[in-house]
Design a protein around this ligand. Structure first.
Ligand SMILES: [Zn+2]
Length: 314
């Protein structure tokens, strides 16, 4: 049957006749056609796949860029915050300098006067500091102590158990530990006895309204009316008066009123400005201004030689 349906194509030429089986040709054409279509579909699939992965890639890149942008945005925000904090800090410093200028009486009319120059002008000179640290009580009245057995303020009394005001700081220490004056001054009181519970007591009058008390002493090395220097030996620790063990009761008074000696015992050259904020009972501004005026009255040459002298002494 098959062979009957076969279409044979004969092409004759001068060299002879050629036969072509049309069915076979048709079959080949169909095979080629489907192979071609198949290839195209295959390539399209590959192309689609590549495209999809490319899109995925781009999406990832986009996400990364978006993240980077967000990070930069956050960084920018935090930097802006820091800038505004620095601005505030700067304004605060400028304010502080203005305060200091007020304290020491520096007049600053020039708006172009730089911050650096203003800092230098406002800083209290070394000589002024030396002056203040000589005449206003500062530092500890003894070289060493065991512990602070009682601070300044209200407490339960160790002997009678009642709540009462403790007007000084108690330095628990060994018997006969040397006690030193905390500033230049004149001895106002130096006596044995009960002395209202203070026991053996030394009082020193200092400049500018300050007074210091050294109580419960074993003995003293100065007498009333004697001028003393800062750091001079004045007495020895004892257990006299209302006392439960060898200790020094140290008081600082200003214009007759008790003030917390803590800020004064912690005060030295390195933290010179700290006490101005801590101790509000003293009008430091006018005290510093007074000292500043005193300094200005000393001629420059004399000040220089004084400074040299101070360097030699220290
Ligand atoms: Zn005490």
């Amino acid at each position: 049957m098959n062979s009957e349906n076969r279409l044979i194509l004969m092409i004759s030429s001068p060299y002879g006749a050629r036969y072509y089986n049309v069915n076979l040709i048709f079959k080949h054409i169909i095979i080629y056609f489907f192979t071609f279509i198949g290839s195209i579909v295959f390539f399209i699939l590959i192309a689609l796949h590549t495209l999809a992965s490319e899109i995925n890639n781009i999406e990832n890149k986009y996400k990364y860029i978006e993240d980077s942008y967000q990070t930069l945005l956050d960084k920018n925000l935090s930097l802006l915050g820091q800038i505004s904090a620095k601005k505030e800090e700067f304004l605060l410093i400028a304010d502080k300098i203005e305060d200091l200028e007020g304290i020491i009486g520096v007049v600053n009319d020039n708006p172009n006067y730089g911050l650096q120059n203003r800092v230098e002008a406002a800083s209290i000179t070394g000589l002024q500091k030396i002056f203040i640290m000589k005449f206003v009580p500062n530092g500890l009245p003894l070289d060493s102590y065991k512990r602070i057995s009682s601070g300044y303020g209200y407490r339960i009394h160790p002997l009678n158990g009642s709540r009462e005001f403790h007007a000084g700081i108690d330095f628990s220490s060994n018997l006969d530990t040397p006690v030193y004056a905390t500033a230049d001054g004149v001895v106002d009181f130096a006596k044995d006895g009960w002395n209202g519970g203070y026991g053996t007591l030394v009082k020193i009058d200092h400049s500018f309204g300050f007074k210091t008390y050294y109580a419960h002493l074993h003995s003293f090395a100065v007498k009333r009316g004697q001028f003393v220097k800062k750091g001079q030996l004045i007495a020895y620790v004892g257990n006299t008066g209302v006392s439960t063990g060898a200790h020094l009761h140290y008081e600082v008074r200003f214009l007759g009123s008790h003030i917390n000696p803590k800020h004064f015992t912690e005060w030295d050259m390195s933290n010179f400005d700290k006490i101005f904020n801590k101790e509000k009972n003293v009008a430091w501004q006018s005290l510093l201004m007074t000292i500043n005026n005193l300094m200005l009255q000393i001629p420059t040459e004399q000040r220089l030689s004084q400074q040299k002298q101070n360097l030699k002494e220290s």
